[in-house]
Design a protein around this ligand. Structure first.
Ligand SMILES: [Zn+2]
Length: 358
């Protein structure tokens, strides 16, 4: 029995070799074991290349406050400002290596102004005037409950204030949660700054006119976390999470609207008061497979004049959005807001336009 089986195997083997020599398809051949692809040697995901062309303002919170006793310090005196700066400098290097533009509000242990509110206003101004696409303000949290330790990422105002800020907040918060693996998870880690300061929010987010988020990655008031935060390797891990979050955001494209008509911003005096925008889904410039299809969700398009929605027609063929301003709109300057989402549900980043009605 044993010999018989062995012969069968030998004949089968001869058959395979013969088939291979004759170039016949070896349908009886056992498939080669599938070897999993090796994990990437680099921590930089391949899609981080889509950060190229994006300009990010990185704000390490606080600074220049070493002489203020007890100010933003952990139980053994570790200062939040120095942790924020270490993480921010790691992130700057990662972003620049990936080809992104980076603007820092500070690179040393300094403040931009001795008065706190003026300091925050100036940081926002750096973001507003530098041509940055978005602001990321890096902080760490404090609590009277020593064991508190969880990720939060903050946006400004009511939930509809800046949909693009929420896009960034979602990616960054989940990347931080995965990478830091902290023991606590609150029900919703993406939070409005009105939760902290009703009607005002955080000054830096309030003064910033581009998409902006503020990260509170972990709690320096937690004794174990305070010690971890003194370790540059742990700071680098946090920066890596922020980097991956931003790279995932960039991969999904950064949509934009552009005012085409009226070119000079003054609406025509005669006939219907037409306004035309060109919508860029943030992906088509890549000329990737399927790029010429419509990648903007029709139901996501809204045009607002002041506080009311106005009718519009979108023509995907040439990415043109036509809106007719209602005759009831008074003469003078009017703010129009255009919002839409691409296939990644990423909202356009600069939604506000000023036109003049004669
Ligand atoms: Zn802070």
């Amino acid at each position: 029995m044993h010999i018989g089986l062995s012969w069968t195997r030998r004949m089968l083997a001869i058959g395979f070799v013969g088939a291979a020599l004759l170039g016949l398809p070896g349908c009886e051949e056992e498939p080669a074991p599938v070897v999993p692809l090796p994990r990437p040697a680099s921590e930089v995901p391949g899609y981080a290349k889509y950060l190229q062309g994006l300009k990010i303002c990185v704000d390490p919170g606080h600074g220049g406050c070493g002489a203020r006793p007890g100010y933003k310090r952990g139980p053994t005196g570790v200062r939040e400002a120095e942790v924020n700066l270490r993480v921010a400098l790691f992130l700057r290097d990662m972003l620049e290596a990936a080809g992104a533009g980076v603007v820092m509000t500070r690179t040393e242990d300094v403040h931009l102004h001795p008065d706190d509110s003026e300091d925050l206003r100036r940081r926002a101004e750096v973001a507003n005037t530098s041509g940055a696409d978005l602001l990321l303000s890096i902080h760490h949290n404090a609590s009277s409950r020593p064991e508190a330790n969880f990720v939060t990422v903050w946006y400004h105002g009511e939930v509809d204030h800046s949909p693009a800020s929420l896009d960034v907040a979602r990616y960054v918060s989940t990347a931080l949660i995965d990478e830091l693996n902290l023991p606590e998870h609150i029900g919703c880690p993406v939070l409005s700054d009105f939760q902290m300061y009703s009607g005002r929010g955080f000054a830096i987010l309030r003064h910033t006119r581009i998409p902006a988020v503020l990260t509170e990655a972990s709690f320096f008031t937690n004794p174990e976390e305070e010690q971890r935060l003194t370790d540059p390797e742990y700071n680098r891990r946090e920066a890596q999470a922020l980097f991956v979050g931003l790279a995932r955001y960039a991969y999904g494209g950064v949509p934009r609207a552009k005012l085409i008509e009226p070119a000079d911003g003054t609406v025509s005096r005669s006939g219907e008061r037409r306004v035309v925008f060109e919508l860029d889904d943030g992906l088509r410039a890549r000329k990737s497979w399927g790029w010429e299809r419509n990648l903007i969700l029709g139901g996501s398009i809204h045009v607002r004049a002041g506080d009311r929605d106005i009718g519009h027609v979108y023509e995907p063929k040439d990415q043109r959005l036509l809106a007719i301003l209602p005759p009831t709109l008074p003469s003078g300057p009017t703010t129009l807001k255009v919002q839409f989402e691409n296939v990644f549900k990423h909202s356009n980043t600069h939604p506000t336009f000023s036109v003049h009605i004669p």
